[in-house]
Design a protein. Structure first.
Length: 278
């Protein structure tokens, strides 16, 4: 999990396993590093309201467009999107800036990567803050009940080959606007073709076991989990069960909010991160 090197100073990109990832690098160069891992169907710009709040507190932020989202890091093979590869990308970014330990923040699918990173490499994670996404084992247990099963129907739909990308390319803009997703127009433009959606949808295809495995090693690093009570995709049962998956110091922050926490609740998100970092 070593990086092929960073491109430029005030990093705009880094290379790993022959792939080139775009990065938003901000804040004081000497500040403690915070990795910001975005979700689906978004990109690193989802952190644009959170970043300046962390910079003002003296932290350096690195927000990559993750595998399948960066144009230079979009392999065709589904297997290239297995969770260990996604974790490896995050570790490589930390390596690229010479950071032995980083504060990890993830939202939605970025939250799944964050949970996995903290489990596989606790020595690299100074703190963990996850937004919206419960621990995968907690989600798998919640999926045994009808409420979370109803919320997660789309996960099974995304397993079909090729068809989800074609449908989403035609309908994503209207779906995002109907859901009042922040940045809907930007994401509709960015993911307007089946080719641009292949990588993001492959995250679902490559990791079906993520929602079926109910046992996992406990997370040992200091952890904060932030969840919105109006989240349409991720319900209360999984949120409540997450505490049982963390052996380290744990905080559960409930917000009167929907799923899109980095954009809609930037102040509360930054506060939760800073409370954990400090």
């Amino acid at each position: 999990m070593t990086s092929d090197g960073a491109l430029g100073g005030g990093m705009a990109a880094f290379r790993h396993q022959g792939l080139t990832f775009d990065v938003r690098d901000g804040g004081p160069a000497e500040g403690e590093v915070v990795l910001l891992l975005h979700g689906f169907p978004q990109d690193a710009t989802s952190w644009r309201h959170v970043e300046p709040l962390l910079h003002a507190a003296g932290l350096r932020t690195l927000a990559p467009d993750q595998r399948g989202y960066s144009p230079g890091a979009a392999p065709r093979a589904t297997a290239a999107y297995r969770l260990p590869a996604l974790v490896g990308d995050a570790v490589a970014l930390a390596d690229a800036v010479g950071a032995r330990r980083v504060h990890v923040v993830g939202h939605d699918w970025g939250g799944a990567v964050a949970w996995a990173l903290a489990t596989a490499h606790p020595e690299r994670v100074a703190s963990l803050t996850v937004l919206s996404t419960p621990h995968p084992a907690a989600l798998a247990r919640a999926l045994r009940g009808p409420d979370q099963l109803r919320r997660s129907w789309y996960i099974a739909a995304f397993q079909a080959p090729a068809l989800p990308e074609r449908i989403l390319a035609r309908r994503l803009g209207s779906l995002l606007q109907r859901g009042q997703v922040p940045g809907a127009e930007h994401y509709a433009r960015r993911f307007s073709t089946p080719q641009s959606l292949r990588g993001p949808v492959n995250w679902y295809r490559a990791n079906p076991d993520l929602v079926t495995t109910t046992r996992s090693a406990p997370v040992s690093v200091p952890t904060t989990y932030v969840w919105g009570t109006r989240d349409a995709a991720l319900g209360p049962r999984a949120a409540e069960l997450t505490a049982g998956q963390v052996a380290g110091e744990y905080r559960f922050v409930k917000l009167d909010a929907d799923h899109w926490l980095p954009e809609r609740e930037a102040d509360a998100v930054a506060r939760a991160i800073l409370d954990r970092v400090r």
